[in-house]
Design a binder for this molecule. Structure first.
Ligand code: EPZ
Length: 390
């Protein structure tokens, strides 16, 4: 076992960078269990407790891969609901997997954490409140065995603002129909981090930073967050998508999009701040998938519908009439060989290909390279299967 030799006395002087907080990362790591999509986490601190939590996730079936400072978690391979004594005894925070396992699988078997150097810390607040949410809980053979057919939304006033219980209950509530209210919630900064992480995955936690956290259940964690963007530049497009039924929220530098059911639109391109001609092709591709028929009229360029015949090759039903494209919605697209006709058209064809069944081979992607940096990598980060081949 290593030891330290401290040579005192000494004065401290200079600048030091702090590492990321263990107690923020531990529940966030447990929360990856909630998603069946790949989660990429940057700069995870290199600490023993973090390694233990990752080992626990792997034992539960999560696939963990590392590339540089990015660790990717894929909990679509989750195949166990049991956190065994061997791991839990070395780290109390293993109890954090209880909430997400119940949310995802409706069952969990987690070894009781027991005491630690700073005293025996019970988990009664975790358990009584999970019971209020409908769980059946048994303590047998040193394990908490919990199961539930359907968690229910309810009011959970905590008898003490336990950090761990607030986190576990927040994770348990992510998919529960209705709104679960955690009252007298802990206020530690790591609670905000976990809530923001859940929201970034597509969950709905409000009241962040207050004693009353509200978790509104979502059906699935499927959403996209676009960062480092100035939403005011896209105001028309965002408003149009909202009118079409898009669940979109914006912040100073991000746009957050939830899975939505969209209806058709009638829109004309116009100079800024109107609907941009550079978004026309992508909107046409989108309109092949919405409910109802849309009309998009192009006023800026006279020949900017060259993507339409390519979209038709995928199965789209689009009729051109003068300056307008009339797009039939809810079209089933099928993969086919197609080619980019201009810069924005290339993005439109990729959108359509992502909606199509089967493989679409897109040629002339030099158009794409003119204006979209690393689009293939960005889409891969979001879970798309797009390959760039010679
Ligand atoms: C978290 O522990 C931290 N651990 C602890 O950090 C930290 O000291 C503690 O919060 C307080 O800030 C992690 O985040 C992994 P609690 P947690 O539930 O969640 C009682 C470190 O060194 N209680 O808020 O276990 C409990 O006995 C660690 O990094 C119940 O009675 O803390 C304690 O007296 C150590 N029943 C008090 O509440 C319960 O069900 C606070 O515990 C839960 C807690």
């Amino acid at each position: 076992m290593d030891k330290l030799l401290v040579h005192g006395p000494c004065k401290l002087n200079g600048t030091v960078k702090i590492s990321r907080a263990k107690n923020a990362y531990l529940p966030i790591l447990a929360a990856v269990l909630l998603s069946d999509k790949k989660i990429h986490l940057k700069n995870i601190p290199d600490l023993q407790d973090i390694k233990t939590m990752i080992k626990l996730l792997e034992m539960l079936g999560v696939t963990v891969t590392r590339a540089g400072n990015i660790t990717t978690f894929d909990a679509s391979t989750l195949n166990s609901h049991e956190a065994t004594y061997d791991l839990v005894k070395t780290m109390r925070a293993s109890i954090f997997v209880l909430g997400p396992l119940l949310a995802r699988l409706g069952k969990a078997k987690v070894s009781l954490p027991g005491g630690c150097a700073i005293g025996t810390r019970p988990i009664d607040i975790h358990l009584t409140n999970l019971e209020k949410m409908g769980c059946e809980i048994h303590l047998t053979g040193g394990y908490v065995e919990a199961s539930v057919s359907k968690l229910k939304a309810t009011h959970l006033p905590l008898s003490f603002p336990s950090v761990g219980a607030t986190e576990n209950l927040m994770m348990a509530a992510v998919f529960v129909e209705g709104t679960t209210v955690i009252d007298n919630a802990a206020l530690e900064p790591e609670i905000d981090d976990l809530a923001n992480f859940i929201n970034a995955m597509g969950g709905k936690v409000t009241g962040i930073g207050t004693r009353k956290l509200e978790v509104t259940g979502v059906k699935e964690l499927s959403d996209v967050r676009i960062e480092d963007v100035n939403p005011s530049h896209l105001e028309f497009v965002i408003e149009l998508l909202k009118e079409m039924g898009g669940k979109i929220s914006v912040g100073d530098n991000f746009i957050h999009v939830e899975k939505s059911v969209l209806k058709s639109c009638h829109v004309d391109t116009a100079p800024f701040p109107g609907f941009p001609t550079d978004a026309q092709a992508q909107m046409i591709a989108l309109c092949t998938q919405v409910k109802g028929s849309s009309v998009i009229t192009e006023h800026i360029f006279e020949n900017r519908f060259m993507h339409v015949p390519e979209l038709v090759r995928l199965g789209a039903n689009i009729v051109l009439k003068g300056k307008s494209a009339i797009i039939e919605g809810e079209q089933k697209l099928n993969g086919a060989p197609i080619m980019c006709t201009d810069l924005r058209a290339s993005a439109a064809l990729i959108i359509a290909a992502l909606c199509a069944t089967g493989t679409t081979e897109i040629q002339r992607i030099y158009h794409l390279d003119r204006g979209y940096e690393k689009l293939v990598d960005k889409l891969a980060t979001l879970g798309a299967k797009v390959e760039r081949v010679k």
